[in-house]
Design a protein around this ligand. Structure first.
Ligand code: SAM
Length: 255
């Protein structure tokens, strides 16, 4: 199923946040009225925040040398990592859940993995899947540099859709999706199966380079992400929030 935006509403017509404080969208995803009725503002400033404030929030929890070095290695092999704001959010969620078992789809060079491990309980285990063994080799280095005991990381090399069905149903506190965007709908299906009640699925790139909110953009990656967001929003068994951190991070708790 494809939709212009999560849930049953198209992005172009969805009420923007902040109606109560005077800002709201008026028919176009890219325009809004200000409190005094001007229609010239971009929807991107409907929150009233300037780009500097977004940047400030993104870097509010700074990355240490371990993460910076892992990020530099990721740039060399083109495995785009989650941003610092998204990483901090994942760490926060893992801590809130007191997560013992986490699945990650798309190990990359270990940046998101290190963030999550730092929020999980001290005996927690990260199961991380990636199709590129080379990326996982670099991720191992990040985990070692971060002082994470090897027995706390289970790296599985392979295609996500072949590996995930072999993992134990209902066993996981958190499932983080950051692999092939076109497989996101299937990752969501697997997350439903893998999560315990109360567990959380986190989906990175949920705003996908500003493309998801623009209903005119219809490439395969964007359509798959929209389909995934719609499926979450339409599912009464999930309580969800789309956090506009980094490239967008959807969080949904399984009831
Ligand atoms: C965006 S990077 C992950 C970055 C990582 N989560 C981080 O923040 O550090 C995406 C990763 O997904 C892996 N990947 C792509 N398609 C995949 C698939 N079908 N199955 C498993 N891994 C896949 C890529 O090899 C790449 O390492």
């Amino acid at each position: 199923m494809e939709a212009g935006a999560p849930g049953r509403r198209a992005a172009a017509t969805a009420a923007a946040p902040g109606v109560a404080d005077g800002w709201h969208r008026i028919g176009s995803a890219r325009s809004c009225t200000s409190p005094d009725g001007d229609r010239t503002e971009e929807a991107s400033i409907a929150t009233g925040l300037k780009p500097a404030s977004w940047a400030y929030a993104e870097d509010f929890v700074p990355e240490d040398e371990v993460l910076k070095a892992a990020r530099a290695r990721a740039a060399e092999v083109d495995a785009t990592p989650i941003g610092a704001g998204g990483g901090a959010t994942l760490r926060f969620v893992a801590a809130l859940l007191d997560a013992r078992n986490v699945v990650e789809i798309g190990t990359g060079c270990g940046i998101s993995g290190v963030w999550m491990m730092r929020g999980m309980r001290s005996d927690g285990v990260l199961t991380s899947v990636d199709i590129e063994a080379d990326h996982q080799r670099l991720a191992k280095r990040a985990f070692t540099d971060a002082g994470i005991a090897p027995q706390r990381v289970r790296l599985i090399s392979g295609a996500a859709l072949e590996v995930l069905p072999r993992l134990t149903a209902g066993h996981y506190d958190l499932v983080f999706c950051d692999g092939d965007k076109q497989e996101y709908p299937q990752y969501l299906e697997q997350a439903r199966r893998l999560l315990r009640p109360g567990g959380v699925v986190a989906i990175d790139n949920s705003l996908w380079r500003d493309r998801v909110a623009d209903s005119g953009v219809r490439d395969a990656d964007t359509l798959a992400i929209r389909e995934t967001l719609s499926a979450v929003a339409d599912d009464e068994n999930f309580i969800s929030v789309l956090v506009p951190v980094g490239d967008g991070l959807l969080l949904a708790q399984k009831r």
